[in-house]
Ligand binder design. Sequence first.
Ligand code: KIV
Ligand code: ZN
Length: 558
Amino acid sequence: MSYKKYKKFEPVKLENREWPSKTIDKAPIWCSVDLRDGNQALPVPMNVDKKTKMFNLLKDMGFKEIEVGFPSASKAEFEFTRKLIEENMLDDDMTIQVLTQAREKLIAKTFDAIDGCKRAIVHVYNSTSTLQRKVVFKKNRKEIIDIAVEGVKLVKEFAKKSNVEEITLEYSPESFTGTELDFALEICEAVIATWNPTKENKIIINLPATVEMSMPNIYADQIEWFCKNISCRENVIISVHTHNDRGTGVAATELAMLAGADRVEGTLFGNGERTGNLDLLTVAMNLYSQGINPRLNIIDINNIINIYEECTMLKVHERHPYAGELVYTAFSGSHQDAIKKGLDCYNNENNDYWEVPYLPINPADIGREYEAIIRINSQSGKGGIAYILESQYGYKLPKKMHPEVGTIVQKVTDNTGKELNPNEILNIFTKEYIEQENSAIVLNNFTSKIENKKAKLKDVEVTMVAELTFKNEEKTIKGKGNGPIAAFVNGVRELNIPKFKLVEYEEHSMNGGADAQAVAYIGLINENGVTKYGIGKDSNINLASIKALISAVNRHMK
Ligand code: KIV
Ligand code: ZN
């Protein structure tokens, strides 16, 4: 069997591991590598205009450290770095990061690229993995350490001559996850000894899961082991940079934060080589959803998506955590019902904490809308339909009416097999109840008059005259009662209509202000015990009720 050719990843020998009982209580130092690692993995890499747009987005989001490119690798990368500096595009509290291999010519070019900037992180890397040493470089451990140390010496020399006020060194033992831990430590210690960091001028040691090779707990063990064994930990910022080959890049980063990582590198929506880099937004939103300030401005996710899609020409997947088009949409009826109840409870009880079933965060926090939460298909329940009619269109249906409306809408979804949007639901609802076609009774005119022949106000008698079309014939009916509705009920019985009894009446106003409309809901039960509802809408509450009654009778006569 072919799986037998794969080896199990060796666990880390870590006694008394501590990360499993730790918690995350603050955001890490973020570093976006969208413009370098993300960009190099795009089918069509960003041009200077797109890089500028992406840079401005990252800056608006509050990234203080941004890897802007690999300036020695191409003219475009070099020019973009120059543009940022020459056009003063960096805020005072921002630091650009530039990647270089540990080779003199490339380091020299990198320093040319950052000339004149206030602060920069020079990021030197070389691959250290067992496999790459053997098959790519054909070098032993010492020779690989020499590459790193020589590179760092050169950076030190160039830094002395440079006019950049503050230079931080970042060193990455590339393919860290495929490197023996003792060797990763040895090479990093050699780099540290060469650079000589202090508490005030720390070195960044970045430990990349260049390829995600194991479960995230093993990466966390590697990070904890490294943090515990490195000398002068206080002079070192431990950075993590996970890729997503096993689909657990986010988990690996979060566990690595428990294990001691101070800094996190990644990209928006996880763009990057193969299955991508770490998705920074997901980690930030995960912190946010735990009540931790993510220290990134993520409140307009739609804008972030738009710029990301324009610059990368990639699409954010519909199911992408927090951002996907469908992630605040419930298709199942029971989910919809629970969400409606949760939202009602949250809105009515002024809760301090967000607790709504199936919605880990309030979509409105990041510029998404409640309207998109529920769509109706043949799997949806009555609660979801009532929720749409109330939340989007203001109809507060009596509870007992929900099943009837649900059945009517679901008949359409069953027949078409299609999902309905809120507007289509409203159309079905309006046609059935409010703007009925081919109905038995159409009200053309209605007048009523109060006659008070008796002494007390409560003894008034109302007479009404209604002009109707009944089964295509014009009719005038008259009736008396203690109010206009009762008078109409008495009058309409003159027509040849089934006998009914009123079992439900509710009303409310809609819109408010000068054009306020009253909506009335009436339930009529016929002689066979079948209840059907009608709805009337008018600026006059009496007329709204009469229209509701006619609507219910018409539905009984269909
Ligand atoms: O994934 C990786 O190892 C890298 C390094 C250059 C840090 O991108
Ligand atoms: Zn990478």
